[in-house]
Design a protein around this ligand. Structure first.
Ligand SMILES: Cc1cc2nc3c(=O)[nH]c(=O)nc-3n(C[C@H](O)[C@H](O)[C@H](O)COP(=O)(O)OP(=O)(O)OC[C@H]3O[C@@H](n4cnc5c(N)ncnc54)[C@H](O)[C@@H]3O)c2cc1C
Length: 487
């Protein structure tokens, strides 16, 4: 157990065998967080919901989101370091995710703007026509303070799980563009310069196949506001990202890809966020453990620091192993995403394997983050529940991780679908076979096949224990072996 590795994100990444793309840059970013960022982040969290100024004093809509000036300074750190540009113009996607890991260690909510901006850039790069790319990609990839931000808005008031039934936003073609009318109920990074928006072309069926993906700029070509913000949400955590309700009224929009393939594009966007969510979850686990360690080393009970008591020591050891396993699983999804990200439908078996791993990782790491944050509070005893110290916050932040980007139910059911329809568990078990205990591997294979023999309703009802055990099995198997670097 290398508890020293818990103290900072770069130390943990190095201990996990990751070769950092630009060690100096990451360490510089970490140093900024330690000296300035932590205090700004704590202040933003304690202040609560940012403020929406909807009108200027002449009564014109402006829809500005107001944070203290330090917020913008904090936000720009990750964009400058390459949370987006690294993916397309730097050391690749893993480098962007490392910046995400580092950010989420200090502020899990702040990783959201980088994630949705990255997802916007990737979708535009892959599916935008050359004109759209020339116009909108360069500002998203800027390395200075003028960088643009992206967003991904799918969910409407009727619910986020069943998008095929609940998306009411209508898209009407108008020359080379489209016009969107509808409302997005959970719009994170609201105020973004560009948003990816799910909408239903007029007359399309009320199923997921009737949805298409559009690019929506904040301003129309004539310079007026292209969407308005009805209000901001008051959330228990992730206060470093404004989440609001976005109103689209004849909003100018540009189709990405084709209408027929829209749902695949939407799922690709969601999967990028799920990978990032897994990385954020692991970073939050590390942060909670780092806080627990710092307290347990100095808090004395029964004559010695509580860290030296066997029961607590054992818990640290187990959590350390859990952290490594969760990281190995999350990092595997990052590496696979890099290899399949330019695939288009119909996808290869490797793409479906990525999907399965992503559902397992999103489900498992988010749950581990919640449990670890809860445990870190327990280690602090009564001090853990006080708002003054940086412990209760990690539980509030962690509680959002299982819910956004698809709840645990969604991950289990979508994971089950890729197993049943694409047989992706076979590729997964093959991937693990050189490293796994053969008997455990066989037992796992048998459990999956037994589930698949059940009638569909029964399959769903019984899916969770298997999915949970499969996720743990994959994570633990992967963590027993060094994680390849990104050189
Ligand atoms: C802080 C925050 C920020 C967000 N930001 C964004 C954003 O930027 N863009 C965006 O598009 N969305 C965003 N969301 C929305 C998020 O993606 C949804 O909350 C999520 O997808 C779940 O949808 P829902 O909340 O409408 O729950 P519902 O879909 O109404 O589901 C309610 C419950 O029913 C369960 N359920 C649904 N179907 C089944 C089933 N078949 N079997 C078993 N259980 C089922 C769900 O798992 C859930 O527990 C955000 C959410 C939060 C909390």
């Amino acid at each position: 157990m290398d508890l020293e590795a818990l103290r900072t994100p770069t130390r943990f990444l190095q201990s996990a065998g990751i070769s950092l793309p630009s060690e100096w840059e990451l360490e510089k970013l970490e140093n900024w967080w330690e000296t300035e960022g932590k205090a700004i982040s704590a202040m933003i969290d304690r202040m609560g919901t940012p403020w929406l100024r909807a009108f200027d004093r002449f009564g014109r809509r402006v829809d500005e989101i107001l944070y203290p000036p330090d917020y913008r300074r904090m936000l720009l750190q990750g964009y400058r370091a390459g949370a987006v540009w690294h993916a397309l113009e730097g050391a690749g996607l893993p480098a962007a995710f490392l910046i995400g890991y580092l950010t989420a260690f200090y502020d899990a909510g702040l990783y959201c703007p980088y994630t949705v901006s990255l997802a916007t850039a990737l979708a535009l790069h892959k599916y935008g026509d050359p004109g759209l790319q020339a116009r909108f990609l360069p500002p998203l990839l800027r390395r200075d303070d003028e960088v643009w931000q992206g967003a991904t808005w799918m969910t409407e008031v009727g619910g986020g799980s069943d998008l095929g039934a609940t998306v009411e936003t209508i898209a009407r073609p108008e020359g080379p563009r489209w016009r969107l009318t509808g409302e997005k109920y959970f719009a994170s990074n609201v105020g973004a310069d560009l948003a990816l928006v799910a909408a239903r072309p007029e007359g399309a069926p009320r199923t997921v196949r009737g949805l298409a993906l559009f690019l929506v700029p904040r301003y129309r070509e004539d310079g007026s506001l292209n969407y308005t913000i009805r209000r901001l949400k008051d959330k228990i955590g992730t206060r470093a990202v404004p989440t609001g309700e976005a109103e689209l009224r004849d909003t100018e929009a540009y189709l990405l890809g084709s209408v027929e393939e829209g749902i695949y594009l939407i799922l690709e966007v969601l999967n990028v966020s799920r990978v990032a969510n897994s990385i954020a979850s692991v970073a939050l686990m590390q942060r909670a453990m780092a806080e627990a360690l710092a307290f347990a080393e100095r808090r004395v009970a029964f004559g010695r620091p509580i860290l030296q008591h066997p029961l607590l020591r054992r818990q640290f050891e187990e959590r350390w192993q859990g952290l490594q396993a969760a990281f190995a699983l999350a990092w595997m999804t990052v590496q696979m995403l890099e290899t399949i990200r330019m695939e288009r439908p119909p996808y290869s078996p490797r793409y479906h394997l990525f999907r399965l791993l992503t559902h397992l990782a999103k489900y498992w790491t988010a749950e581990q983050a919640v449990q670890t944050a809860k445990w870190a509070m327990e280690v602090h005893g009564g001090m853990g529940v006080l708002g003054e110290y940086p412990v209760e916050r990690w539980l509030r932040e962690a509680m959002i991780l299982p819910i956004w980007e698809g709840t645990p139910h969604r991950q289990i059911l979508d994971g089950l679908e890729v197993i049943a329809r694409k047989g992706s568990h076979q590729a997964l078990l093959e991937l693990l076979s050189p490293k796994a205990d053969p008997q455990a591997l066989e037992e796992m294979a048998e459990r999956v096949e037994a589930l698949l023999r059940l009638p569909p309703e029964e399959q769903e009802a019984r899916a969770e224990p298997l999915f949970r055990d499969l996720a743990r099995f994959v994570a633990e198997t992967l963590s027993r072996h060094s994680v390849p670097g990104i050189d």
